[in-house]
Design a protein around this ligand. Structure first.
Ligand code: SF4
Length: 248
């Protein structure tokens, strides 16, 4: 698995270099925990509390919007995920084994999602240098095996509408897909369909595909991500659905 991830990392464009190591093999450091553990409200609350203190520079105001905090936290998570996962699909035409139940999350000192950790030696047929054991193909596989349970986790922990997290995922995946450009033709076509562009696949009717407004000046959100409710966090700029645009 380590060799397969190194192969993916080598295909990440320089514009996305900050996220080249967003998926790694191994147990991770002391800040790592299985994603499934975050379903425990106590574990999730402790994670969010650290993140909130980092955002607020110390004490988290009692009145802070917990949904906005979870939405913003998810944006770091999805940024770590999107570059390696889409690079593997678009540049190499294969998925990474990112099944939610088998993946761990490593946080940085500020509680921000830093890396997703996969099993270095997943068992199953076809293992080896380019092991994708247990991974369903395409972005549709990532949607069903990882993004859907992640959205359910976030929403269960704060009452957020699922479309907010789907919108966060779509924004990041759309940006990464644009930076990656052309690659494996069937994979590019499938990714485009899953992101709501013309095409047609099982993924095209998912909340991910319906999360963005297309536009000649680029996509933008259909649903506010709430991040500007947090102290000191900048707005979404041209992605904001409330921002007037000539191509609306
Ligand atoms: S900039 Fe727009 S989308 Fe982003 S949080 Fe503010 S209102 Fe919501």
């Amino acid at each position: 698995m380590t060799a397969a991830l190194a192969e993916v990392a080598a295909r990440v464009p320089d514009s996305l270099a900050a996220y080249r190591g967003g998926v790694a093999a191994g147990p991770g450091g002391p800040g790592a925990r299985p994603l499934a553990a975050l379903r425990d409200p106590a574990v999730f609350d402790a994670t969010l509390a650290t993140f909130g203190r980092g955002i607020c520079g110390g004490t988290v105001p009692a009145a802070i919007d917990r949904r906005a905090l979870v939405s913003y936290w998810s944006q770091f998570y999805l940024a770590a995920l999107a570059t390696p996962a889409l690079t593997a699909l678009v540049r190499l035409g294969r998925p990474l084994p990112l099944g939610f139940e088998r993946t761990s999350l490593e946080l940085d000192a500020a509680g921000r999602p830093a890396r997703l950790l996969v099993d270095p030696e997943p068992a199953g047929p076809g293992c080896g240098r380019a092991c994708t054991a247990g991974a369903r193909p395409g972005l549709a596989g990532l949607v069903e095996d990882h993004l859907r349970p992640f959205v359910e986790l976030c929403c269960a922990q704060c009452g957020l509408a699922p479309r907010v997290i789907w919108g966060n995922a779509a924004v990041i995946l759309d940006y990464v897909a644009g930076e990656l450009g052309d690659g494996d033709a069937p994979a590019c076509s499938e990714v485009a369909a899953c992101l709501g562009r013309p095409g047609g696949s099982a993924c095209a009717r998912t909340p991910l595909a319906q999360a963005l407004f297309p536009g000649t000046a680029g996509c933008r959100r259909r649903t506010c991500c709430l991040r500007s409710r947090l102290p000191g966090i900048p707005s979404c700029g041209a992605l904001c659905p409330l921002e007037p645009r000539a191509d609306a």
